[in-house]
Design a protein around this ligand. Structure first.
Ligand code: ADP
Length: 396
């Protein structure tokens, strides 16, 4: 069965066509600069064929998806009727959309209620849903929410200590993010260990341009580092992560910064970029650290320290830890970050095998045989996870 996975942003559309249940990727790509003067479309097929379009305009997401369909019909598909379902990534499901679901009008209405919680991403996801429904009439659409995996976090973990009515009336609470990825690598960890996930305590570290850590107990998220928005927690590429909220009121009072300026500061100008004043890219900073650059070292030290701190906290939350998983761009590709973090986890009995750790983007155990906790690199695959959940739902 062929399934299409869509991830729509405000001016982007990422897609994968997969053969399920095997999970083979038949084609994938992304459309960028939708609504701008000139768009970009990068498309790749399973046989290695690559197409890059840089001289066409994609006025709307519908234009973009129509162009993708033309490319798919040029060798990958005989007819669009072969697409049996569409799985959509939705970053925020609020409190009511707690599970992967088949889309009907009531689901769309409910997602629209979530707009205020994530005005940047969620409207674009709904646009994607509407376009797919229009261009593929009669084909089931399934939404997979980044937040749903974290809906098992207990109340004392998701509440902020502010007046309770802000939770009941304004839905201000911790929701977490990257749930599809944390769940995918935790399940894979249990499979590798040949153990029932119900019996395992796993800490999953999704370290990319956005980063989060989750405590997974018996296959359920019991705490995660991101909050109301993907800003809380770790130090990230350009986001500040945990910060004393009074920093913002202080800057407002003393420098007259307004809400927009403060929002830019903590989301776009902070993290690795803000601390180093060099780059938000871990690769660039690692090279600079190797050359003895103190600003890069300062930024990477903060980045690594926060990870250690969260792993420490979640070890206490879980009681004991069976495995730690590193995933996403930095987690999969940075032996330096993994080594710096694992060296500080002696209290847990973690011992890293530096030879095994010298790897990029591969599934691999990086702890020594006598390490009390297994440490693994497991590449994440959110598109496959979305396709698996979509397939499970439409074939039920
Ligand atoms: P996202 O999906 O959130 O955009 P990714 O998971 O793709 O992010 O991670 C992107 C980040 O991964 C980049 O900003 C870069 O810092 C980091 N990265 C990629 N390759 C490497 C590498 N070889 N070494 C260190 N960091 C890397």
């Amino acid at each position: 069965m062929k399934l299409l996975v869509l991830n729509c942003g405000s001016s982007t559309l990422k897609y994968q066509l997969l053969e399920m249940p095997k999970g083979d990727v038949l084609a994938k790509g992304n459309v960028e600069r939708i609504g701008e003067e000139i768009g970009i479309l990068k498309h790749k097929t399973a046989d290695g064929k690559k197409v890059e379009i840089t001289d066409e305009v994609f006025a709307t997401h519908e234009d973009g998806l129509n162009r993708v369909f033309k490319l798919l019909l040029d060798g990958t598909l005989k007819s669009l009727d072969e697409i049996k379902a569409v799985g959509h990534r939705v970053v925020h499901g609020g409190e009511k959309l707690t599970k992967t679901c088949l889309v009907d009008q009531s689901v769309i209405d409910e997602i629209e209620n979530v707009y205020p919680l994530d005005p940047l991403h969620v409207p674009a996801h709904v646009l994607g849903l509407k376009v797919a429904t229009k261009l593929l009439p009669g084909v089931p659409n399934v939404t997979v929410f980044d937040t749903s995996f974290h809906q098992t976090i207990p109340e004392y973990g998701y509440l902020y200590a502010i007046p309770y009515n802000y939770y009941t009336e304004d839905h201000i609470r911790r929701y977490g993010a990257h749930g599809t990825s944390h769940q995918f690598v935790a399940n894979r960890m249990a499979e590798i260990m040949n153990r029932d996930i119900k019996d395992l305590n796993i800490i999953t570290c999704h370290l990319g341009s956005g980063s989060s850590i989750t405590a997974v107990q018996g296959g359920k998220s019991v705490d995660t580092s991101m909050g109301l928005t993907p800003l809380e927690g770790l130090c990230m590429g350009t986001r500040c992560g945990d910060i004393d909220p009074a920093v913002l009121t202080y800057l407002g009072r003393t420098k007259g910064m307004n809400i927009e300026e403060l929002d830019q500061l903590i989301n776009k100008k902070s993290g690795l970029l803000g601390l180093s004043q060099i780059s938000n890219d871990c690769r660039v900073l690692e090279d600079a650290v190797a050359e003895g650059n103190p600003a890069a070292k300062r930024a990477m030290d903060v980045f690594n320290y926060r990870i250690v701190k969260y792993i420490g906290a979640y070890s206490m939350v879980l009681g004991h830890v069976d495995a730690i998983v590193f995933t996403a761009g930095i987690g999969e590709n940075s032996p330096y970050v993994r080594s710096e973090v694992c060296k500080k986890l002696g209290l847990l009995g973690v011992k890293i095998d530096e030879t095994a750790n010298d790897c990029h983007g591969k599934e691999r155990k990086i702890s020594t045989p006598d390490s009390k906790v297994e440490v693994w690199v497991i590449p994440t695959n959110e598109e496959l996870a979305i396709a698996q959940q979509t397939y499970a739902l439409v074939t039920k």
